[in-house]
Design a protein around this ligand. Structure first.
Ligand code: SAH
Length: 230
């Protein structure tokens, strides 16, 4: 049987040594959440290779651990933050963020990540994975079009967008709290996307900082929940 813990420890050592994981809370999150529980079947053997992996039959992928680590570090999560993820996929990124938030507060603090997913099969998949790993009290997976955000729950201190948008969706900018941060891949061509850190200051002014070139699956912007994709 595979010793996943050993592989997980080795991956985290690599992420730390390369300067991608910088904070204790993010290190703790990556050491705690079992990535093998968020990928299926034969993919489990590759759970601790620093690479994106396919999510079931959906054509979607769980991001490489290093990419997720860059994004989570850039968010600078704190225990009191209200966090939104767009594109829950397997639920892994949401679990990492829930764990990082827990790591930055006392054990009594109430923390929750809201994760929107447009694909009904992945909503069920993410919920199952999160429940099996003990995160269902700390992450809510919601079926919907994340490009619209979640009006009823806004504003959000932190937003992670896990799929590439052709431009930053206006509702997400509006739903970002003052002093809020959002990480989002932007670009419509598959091989020319850029990751941005978007911050909103106390006066509501938006700043966009380029982080790096990236490759993500596209954010569906068709607002309906139709799964009859071409
Ligand atoms: N963060 C995920 C991987 C995300 S892959 C993980 O840790 O596993 C990108 C995800 O975004 C896919 O699951 C895809 O179905 C979803 N997605 C694409 N467009 C979306 C939209 N408009 N709203 C919500 N989810 C969307």
């Amino acid at each position: 049987m595979e010793d996943y813990k050993e592989q997980r420890d080795r991956l985290v050592s690599y992420l730390k040594a390369s300067g991608i994981v910088r904070s204790d809370k993010v290190e703790r999150a990556f050491l705690t959440v079992p990535r093998e529980e968020f990928v299926s079947g034969e993919m489990k053997a590759h759970a601790y290779v620093d690479t994106p992996l396919p999510l079931m039959h959906t054509g979607q992928t769980i991001s490489a651990p290093s990419m997720l680590a860059y994004m989570v570090e850039a968010l600078e999560l704190e225990a009191h933050h209200k966090v939104l993820e767009i594109g829950a996929g397997s639920g892994y990124a949401a679990a990492i963020m829930a764990e990082a938030i827990r790591g930055s507060g006392d054990s009594t603090s109430c923390y929750k990540v809201l994760a929107i997913e447009i694909d009904q099969d992945l909503v069920s998949y993410a919920r199952d994975n999160l429940q099996r790993c003990g995160y269902s009290d700390h992450v809510d997976v919601i079926l919907g079009d994340g490009s619209l955000g979640l009006t009823d729950e806004a504003p959000f201190d932190r937003i992670m967008v896990s799929a590439a948008a052709s431009e930053i969706p206006r509702p997400l900018l509006d739903q970002l709290a003052k002093n809020g941060r959002m990480v989002i891949p932007v670009g419509s061509a598959a091989w020319s996307q850029e990751l941005y850190l978007v911050s909103k200051d106390e006066s509501g002014k938006i700043k966009e900082d380029y982080m790096m070139d990236v490759v993500f699956v596209p954010l569906k912007m068709d607002s309906g929940l139709s799964r009859d994709e071409p």
